[in-house]
Design a protein around this ligand. Structure first.
Ligand code: 5RP
Length: 244
């Protein structure tokens, strides 16, 4: 039987996953606010719990202008990384989730700040709809790499030597390339296969002129996956495989 997913049913899944993650926030926590059409649903959910008095003493750090602007609009107290000593829970989306919970992120171009916050978080909870689950890392998505504009040429050539096919990300409602929140450019890099994600993550970082790439290895605490069950969004949790 085919189930037709409309844009609104996909959005209902994204909202269900993000709200499930926001329900894990407790009073006193420092919370990382992710970026993208899924993670952004956690922001109004958190604001609502603050307004109702259910939560108190929340400090938030944002991964992008998108989450900063919405959090400000909804009155969530925002802090810089140098004003907080820990992050208890970071909630973010992903473009692709491999079976071992390695991720490709950066579809929204925010992977640099997202990775800093994920790496600082005690609990990095990823929220997705089931279309993001992949059998093999890199099979459905390119790996975004943030690059200094000055170095796009040499970085592209170095990436080709690693076996990748880089493509400069172009803007949609602006002429020219996408410029990140940090003022840099993005290369979306296709790889035929990613047999060793940790090594590729390091190799990409070692190219002078790159800031951060969208490979998130060993950071995920859990993935909350939303899927439709007889027309109703249902959220299940996937934990990383145990290390032997
Ligand atoms: C932004 C990200 C997003 O979390 C990722 O692209 C998923 O976005 P969406 O929930 O809109 O599919 O990494 O840089």
């Amino acid at each position: 039987m085919f189930i037709v997913m409309t844009a609104s049913s996909v959005d209902a899944l994204k909202q269900a996953a993000a709200e499930a993650a926001a329900s894990r926030i407790a009073s006193g926590m420092v919370v990382g606010l992710g970026t993208g059409s899924t993670a952004i649903h956690a922001v109004p959910a958190l604001a609502q719990r603050l307004r109702s008095g259910e939560l108190r003493d929340i400090r938030a750090v944002a991964t992008s202008y998108q989450s900063t602007m919405l959090a400000r609009e909804l009155g969530i107290p925002l802090f810089d990384l140098d004003q907080i000593e820990r992050i208890d829970l970071a909630i973010d989306g992903a473009d692709e989730v491999a079976p071992d919970l390695t991720l490709i992120k950066g579809g929204g171009g925010a992977q640099t700040r997202e990775k800093i916050i994920a790496a600082l978080a005690k609990d990095f909870t990823v929220v997705v709809d089931e279309a993001k689950l992949a059998d093999r890392l890199g099979s459905t998505r390119a790996v975004p790499v943030e690059v200094l504009a000055f170095a796009v040429g040499p970085v592209s050539r170095a990436i080709e030597r690693l076996g990748g096919q880089p493509e400069l990300r172009m803007a949609v409602r602006k002429a020219g390339p996408v410029v990140t929140d940090q003022g840099n450019l993005l290369l979306d890099v296709r790889f035929a296969a990613i047999p060793d994600p940790a090594r590729l993550e390091r190799d990409l970082k070692m190219i002078p002129g790159t800031l951060e790439n969208g490979l998130f290895v060993g950071l995920t605490t859990r993935v909350l996956v939303a899927s439709m069950d007889q027309g109703v969004p249902k959220v299940r949790e996937i934990l990383p495989p145990r290390k032997s």
